[in-house]
Write a protein that binds this ligand. Structure first.
Ligand SMILES: NC(=O)c1ccc[n+]([C@@H]2O[C@H](COP(=O)([O-])OP(=O)(O)OC[C@H]3O[C@@H](n4cnc5c(N)ncnc54)[C@H](OP(=O)(O)O)[C@@H]3O)[C@@H](O)[C@H]2O)c1
Length: 325
């Protein structure tokens, strides 16, 4: 497995997103034993970079990751996130990155992960009720106390990134980026390059759609997040199948799977980029981890760059308001 750096943090080129093991997608939480085996297999394959969040579950995903890391902590770069649960009484569903909420959140995450430090601690969404400077100053204090090693932001816009970075160096931004979600290219990635901040694309497989394994919305159970995404609904879903088919055609030509091509395309976008594909299955973590050995030709990259845009927004309106702020 190749490695890269997010600022001064060394991570495997391909990480593992743990969210779907406990939250959001069909079958979440139904087979924790296979999820733990998946994390252990990832570590064996040299995948060092694990991604979770307080809100996944809530809480149960961090507990699962903590269980899987037991006795292997030194092999893992563990990243988690705060800010989507209020610990100061703002109410359910309210963003909260106030200093008091962070202080409560970090203690809970450390406990559930069974560790004395978090390698990369992200603000999950920008909180309009707390100046970003106050949030980052609190995180800088946690670095000084040794509770976290690096700070990150998720779905922050260019101005917020600059303001945050002026208070304390930001190690990484985590935002959605994949063959069918490319908004970061224009305004965000140039700022990261300028400031030397690493980039962690989340949902790099398009929530699984780009792999070609999802052919009908009937595959999703009632609680599946994808049921709320316009891209996965009705006519949009049917139109988007053609996109997944194009990825498959290019993958066949490249001698790879569609998931590997979706990841290899991201790796070709620059050096300090570490995607975190999510899976709860051993066989798929093996497939995804092998993407770091796939070299796409310039022609294949151009074909992928020129795929038609997806039909439908990725998030519903309420979720859209929270991203790239
Ligand atoms: N910062 C944020 O706001 C944010 C938001 C969303 C996600 N994330 C993070 O990013 C990580 C990854 O994103 P994601 O899980 O949303 O989406 P993703 O990685 O794009 O796709 C995950 C889905 O693809 C399926 N899959 C994985 N590998 C596959 C393969 N080789 N072939 C066929 N299907 C495959 C998985 O199913 P199985 O599990 O059944 O294999 C799962 O349903 C999450 O785990 C989470 O840690 C962060």
């Amino acid at each position: 497995m190749k490695h890269t750096t997010l600022r001064d943090l060394d991570v495997s080129r391909i990480g593992l997103g743990a969210m779907g093991m406990s939250f959001g997608y069909t079958g979440a939480g139904s087979d924790d034993a296979e999820s733990v085996r998946t994390i252990h297999r990832a570590l064996e394959l040299g995948v060092t970079f694990l991604d979770t969040a307080e809100v996944y579950g809530p809480y149960t995903n961090e507990e699962l990751v903590g269980k899987a890391m037991k006795g292997r902590r030194d092999q893992v770069v563990v990243a988690t996130k705060f800010g989507m649960i209020s610990h100061t009484g703002r109410g359910a569903g309210q963003l909260d990155s106030s200093p008091a909420s962070i202080h409560t959140a970090v203690e809970g995450s450390l406990k559930r992960l069974g560790t004395d430090h978090i390698d990369l601690y992200y603000q999950h969404r920008v909180d309009p009720g707390t100046p970003i400077e106050d949030t980052v100053a609190t995180l800088a204090d946690l670095v000084r106390q040794g509770k976290i090693r690096h700070i990150g932001l998720s779905e922050a816009g260019p101005e917020t990134i600059r303001r945050a970075h002026a208070v304390y160096p930001v190690t990484a931004l985590q935002s959605e980026y994949s063959l069918w979600t490319r908004e970061v290219e224009e305004r965000v990635l140039p700022v990261l390059r300028e400031l030397g901040i690493g980039f962690v694309p989340y949902s790099p497989l398009g929530h699984g759609f780009l792999t070609g394994a999802i052919r009908s919305p009937e595959q999703f159970d009632e609680s599946d997040w994808r049921r709320s995404s316009p891209r996965f609904m009705g006519e949009n879903f049917q139109r988007n199948l053609a996109l997944a088919d194009e990825v498959r055609t290019i993958a066949t030509e490249a001698g790879a799977t569609p998931a590997q091509v979706a990841l290899a395309w991201l790796l070709a976008k620059g050096e300090h980029i570490a995607p975190i594909p999510g899976t709860k299955r051993v066989s798929r973590v093996e497939e995804n981890a092998a993407a770091d050995g796939i070299e796409l030709t310039a022609e294949q990259i151009a074909q992928l760059d020129n795929l038609p845009p997806a039909a439908g927004e990725d998030h519903n309106e309420e979720q859209m308001r929270m991203i790239q702020r």
